[in-house]
Design a binder for this molecule. Structure first.
Ligand SMILES: Nc1ncnc2c1ncn2[C@@H]1O[C@H](COP(=O)(O)OP(=O)(O)O)[C@@H](O)[C@H]1O
Ligand SMILES: [Mg+2]
Length: 319
């Protein structure tokens, strides 16, 4: 038995989801016999984490989005000397930045959708109309506009013409000063979970969102999305997605667990969208679902993640 702090909530747009994930993880940790300290992370993060020093053996981080999943909390835990689950500072920060992630994936020859980055400064300088027509020329329609550092499809939308593109850009800029605009991949959506030491590559899971786009509502409303695991794809493709996911996990330096999202197009092409370093952890979330298909219970998933809790920065060298 150990004393484990479950860090949940936070101040990002994904706070509500994190609270649900946190409750599920706490329950599983209690079942495993650990002494659980629930920490609802508010704006006083520094004080809250400092207060854990000496009181817990590990922190189980179930925060999604900025100032939680992005390396900041991980950095503070490193400084405090509190072992924590999941990826370290660098992998967390890179994975939160979709554009940076794609540049690393490209260097690893992992296919990604063609993209253009658009900043608020560029729009302020050149004007929305000029920037949008440049994007249309580069990528064509439809395209997908996403805030670079958001999750849960918050602030993201599909644009099929120049008016929609301008609207999507204005909306996206409410969430981030940098937008990632991608060629829209028409087709099927797959995700691959990586779990624990090793890590273990979970079966490919297909997401069939009733709205086409796997948006916030489809992600978190029961019955709005169908999940098929193992996905109905041939073994060769399933193996390829598994190998690419493992490569993406290692290329970014992820640890403990992660989930890699893909789109498949109708011509048989596949494109990696992003790597999630703290994916959803409710019992209905995708990693627990894929793990169940491989024979692991939710409690076992939590146990496997907890087993990887550590400080990732070596204190023995150069310190
Ligand atoms: N280039 C794209 N083509 C088609 N659909 C996309 C594309 N990019 C994202 N999507 C859709 O938007 C959802 C969210 O995008 P993603 O990049 O995974 O960001 P996040 O999950 O962090 O919000 C995906 O699950 C997918 O349904
Ligand atoms: Mg995603």
């Amino acid at each position: 038995m150990s004393r484990v702090a479950v860090l949940k909530g936070g101040i990002s747009s994904e706070r509500e989801v994190s609270l649900l994930s946190g409750a599920a993880v706490s329950k599983a940790l209690t079942e495993l016999g650990h002494e659980v300290l629930d920490v609802d992370m508010g704006p006083e993060v520094v004080e809250q984490l400092a207060g854990l020093r000496g009181r817990v053996d590990a922190a189980f981080i179930v925060l999604h989005g900025r100032l939680g999943e992005d390396g900041t909390v991980q950095g503070l835990l490193e400084l405090l000397g509190i072992p924590y689950t999941g990826s370290g500072v660098m992998a967390s920060a890179v994975a939160m930045d979709k554009l940076m992630t794609k540049r690393i994936l490209e260097a690893e020859s992992i296919p990604v959708a063609e993209d253009v980055a658009v900043s608020a400064a560029e729009i302020a300088g050149s004007g929305l109309a000029k920037v949008a027509s440049g994007v249309a020329l580069d990528l064509g329609f439809p395209c997908m506009v996403k805030p670079n550092c958001e999750g849960s499809t918050v602030g993201a939308s599909k644009a099929s013409n120049i008016e929609e593109l301008e609207k999507a850009v204005v909306e996206g800029l409410e969430y981030d000063d940098l937008l990632l605009i991608e060629r829209y991949i028409e087709g099927r959506e797959m995700t691959v979970g990586l779990l624990g030491e090793g890590p273990l590559v979970l079966p490919v899971l297909e997401v069939v969102a009733s709205k086409g786009l796997y948006d916030y509502e489809c992600k978190y409303t029961k019955g709005m999305t169908e999940y098929i695991v193992p996905a109905a794809i041939d073994d060769r493709l399933a193996g390829e997605l598994g190998r690419l996911s493992l490569r993406a996990h290692h290329a970014l330096g992820c640890e403990g667990f992660s989930r890699v999202d893909f789109m498949l197009d109708e011509a048989g092409g596949y494109y990696c969208l992003e790597v999630n370093t703290i994916p959803g952890m409710t019992e209905l979330s995708l990693i627990p679902k894929a793990a169940a298909a491989a024979g692991y219970s939710f409690t076992q998933v939590v146990e496997m993640i907890l087993a990887t809790a550590s400080l990732k920065i070596d204190r023995g060298k150069g310190c």
